[in-house]
Design a protein around this ligand. Sequence first.
Ligand SMILES: [Zn+2]
Ligand SMILES: [Zn+2]
Length: 83
Amino acid sequence: MLELRPTCEHCNNALPPHSLDARICSYECTFCAACVEHVLNNVCPNCGGGFVPRPISTGRLIPRLMSCFRPLLKPYRLKNGST
Ligand SMILES: [Zn+2]
Ligand SMILES: [Zn+2]
């Protein structure tokens, strides 16, 4: 499970889950795009790794998963059962 940090670790800029400016390294250190490009030169100061855009699909998945919790009752007979 990806931990979504709400702020940039360098400048404390707000990075909400749907933000396109969020960047994470392979160890999930979170920074904003401006810091990654202009301050960190795409190298994580914590672990030395590169950055990738943080996926924003995590928030969108929640409503889809919630719809699966609707009660679903479909009694059915086995086709090859005894008649
Ligand atoms: Zn920043
Ligand atoms: Zn890192």
